[in-house]
Ligand binder design. Structure first.
Ligand code: FAD
Length: 568
């Protein structure tokens, strides 16, 4: 389909005309009064409290440093800010919760959307309409009394807008698909500063692209999406001794091979810090944290996870009937701001070679956590109205995340090496929302999409944002332009520890996790199991170090990715 660019069907134009004629290099305190003429007290220059508040957020590893920040209060502000930036050649960065910032925002205009905070639920139509600054927790809260559930992700603190635009992989995804599959409409301020209603009818090609292609095509100001009925939810965490990793992964492989779509499983291996805030049973311990979400009653869920329970006596057990607003507690994601330095990949299917690599990686002294999520089910099914979400057919998603504090850079190097070893299976592919580069360079989206999808996205980008105004994201370069990820030097001021080709890890990925932050993951009074392991004394993790795994049949990188310079 031929992409149609701006001007084809403007639904509405909002906001004041662009402001005074300022060059970006002349945005200083001496002319801030002129900026105030457009945004009043909502524009902020470096060194002010408003500026720091606008760039505040969860991930402390990539704090943006734009020329100017705008705290938007409504769509008109967003449109005015984009027009202001576009008129002066300023690139635009967007910030809601700060869970997915990109490195290198050292110029341009940043739009803080947190004040776009409305949440409306329509129980008849089973939809929610939310402003761009809303985190999932607020939607869960509104939906819970109505017996409706949104397709949120693991963390209730993540922003709805960017999560959904980037695909949105959540614990109910195997039953209902990606969050982007269920977006009904998006209000988007495009690069020309127009606020548009983007639907399958108004702009079909752009609607396809924004559902999975992230923030590359404009600033979303509002989204409407489907809610799902949920009569019963059951889930939580089983915290097993980390030494049972080998047996647990074997059981995990068997369980996921036959799991119904109602069951979502993931397992994380991590070492809890030895601090009082961590419950005694897991304090300072290397654990395997099995996360269970079941859309249905307890009995069915317990029957399905019985083989996993049989692996070892849990140190803690938080699996229980869940209210809808407790869905965000299952993974126990970190809540306190922290530097995030992570990696990730999609893996096509269960493969013993991959498991050998993972078992060689994890252990009590590993400086990062590692999580394997089961995909498949509705995540893999074709849609009646396709969207741009990549790698729908992947079997598993892998995340790793360095523990904050000492050894952070070593943990990053170790993760790079892990992803290099996994390349025969991953092909350098990652889910868009988990794509980032650990080396301080801007991320690009080449690993997040199959080649034809990427080409189509680039054509849409060229039609709607040819100047690449919205480049401060996981970048899809306009068709016919150079990829910034190849040409830009690091803009964070720190040299990469290893060049990407040395790391062998192209579109590496990203966020989730963090050691000490998992303090909040464990309830104060969990059920504690005592007594001996039913199968006798614990064994240690089978270490496969030094054994270089061979790719299995079918484990070659996907076509279209062989050309990636980072894929060997
Ligand atoms: C702890 C944690 C858990 C996570 N769990 C999951 C998960 O389970 N599933 C999943 O799919 N992802 C998950 N993610 C990834 C997350 O969905 C992405 O990083 C997402 O982009 C974060 O959006 P945000 O608004 O919270 O963060 P921000 O840092 O505020 O925004 C991230 C980026 O999104 C873009 N953006 C933000 N708002 C807009 C807008 N209104 N319009 C256009 N572009 C915009 C910008 O490029 C911005 O840099 C997780 C991340 C973390 C840190």
């Amino acid at each position: 389909m031929q992409p149609v660019g701006p001007g084809a069907s403007t639904v509405s134009r909002t906001g004041p005309a662009a402001g005074p004629d300022l060059d970006r290099r002349t945005i200083t305190s001496t002319n801030s009064a002129s900026l105030d003429g457009v945004f009043s007290d909502r524009s902020h220059l470096p060194g002010t409290a408003g500026y720091d508040a606008a760039r505040d957020g969860f991930d402390l590893s990539a704090i943006p440093a734009p020329d100017v920040a705008v705290s938007a209060t409504d769509e008109a502000d967003v449109a005015a800010a984009v027009r202001f930036a576009a008129g002066r050649g300023l690139p635009v960065a967007v910030r809601a919760t700060g869970h997915g910032p990109v490195p290198g925002v050292d110029q341009g205009l940043l739009i803080d959307t947190r004040a776009l905070s409305t949440v409306t639920v329509d129980p008849e139509r089973r939809t929610a309409t939310v402003g761009a600054g809303v985190p999932w927790a607020r939607v869960l809260e509104k939906c819970a009394p109505l017996g409706l559930v949104p397709l949120c992700g693991s963390s209730p603190d993540v922003g709805v807008a960017a999560y959904t635009l980037g695909g949105g992989l959540g614990p109910l995804g195997r039953r209902h698909g990606w969050a982007a599959d269920h977006a009904r409409r998006v209000r988007l301020v495009t690069a020309d500063g127009e606020a548009r209603e983007i639907t399958a009818d108004t702009e079909p090609e752009l609607f396809w692209a924004v559902r999975g292609g992230g923030g590359n095509f404009g600033v979303a100001t509002e989204l409407e999406f489907d809610l799902m009925p949920a009569d019963a939810l059951y889930g939580g965490g089983l915290y097993l001794p980390g030494e049972s990793a080998s047996e647990l992964l074997a059981a995990f492989g068997r369980c996921t091979a036959t799991a119904p779509d109602e069951l979502s499983l993931s397992v994380a291996f991590l070492t809890f810090p030895d601090v009082d805030a961590v419950p005694a049973p897991v304090r300072g311990r290397f654990v395997a944290h099995l996360r269970v979400t079941h859309l249905g009653p307890a009995e069915g869920a317990e029957r399905l996870i019985a083989p996993l329970r049989a692996v070892a006596v849990p140190l803690l057990d938080t699996v229980r009937p869940l209210s809808i607003d407790q869905l965000g507690t299952v993974h126990g994601d970190p809540t306190r701001p922290q530097p995030v330095s992570c990696g990730g990949a999609v893996l096509p299917r269960w493969d013993e070679g991959v498991i050998d690599v993972l078992l060689a990686e994890i252990g009590a002294t590993t400086p990062h956590m590692l999580e394997l999520r089961h995909l498949g089910g509705a995540l893999a099914r074709p849609l009646a109205m396709p969207d741009a979400v990549g790698h729908r057919d992947a079997g598993f998603n892998l995340f790793t995340s360095a523990y904050p504090g000492a050894g952070f850079s070593g943990a990053m190097a170790m993760q790079n090496e892990l992803y290099r070893r996994l390349l025969p299976w991953s092909g350098g592919r990652a889910v868009y929302n988990f794509t980032a580069r650990p080396d301080g360079r801007p991320a690009d989206a080449r690993g997040a999409f199959e080649a034809p999808v990427l080409s189509r996205l680039q054509a849409v980008k060229a039609a709607w944002d040819p100047q690449d105004l919205f480049r401060f994201t996981v970048t899809i370069p306009p068709a016919g332009t150079t990829n910034r990820a190849d040409s830009d030097s690091p803009r964070t001021g720190t040299a990469p520890s290893r060049a990407p080709h040395e790391a062998g890890h192209g579109p590496s990925s990203v966020p989730v996790g963090g050691g000490t932050q998992y303090v909040g993951a464990v309830p104060a009074h969990p059920r504690r199991h005592a007594g001996p392991h039913p199968r006798g004394p614990r064994r240690h993790v089978r270490r496969a170090a030094g054994r270089e795994p061979r790719p299995r049949a079918g484990g070659r990188p996907a076509a279209g990715h062989d050309a990636d310079p980072n894929v060997r």
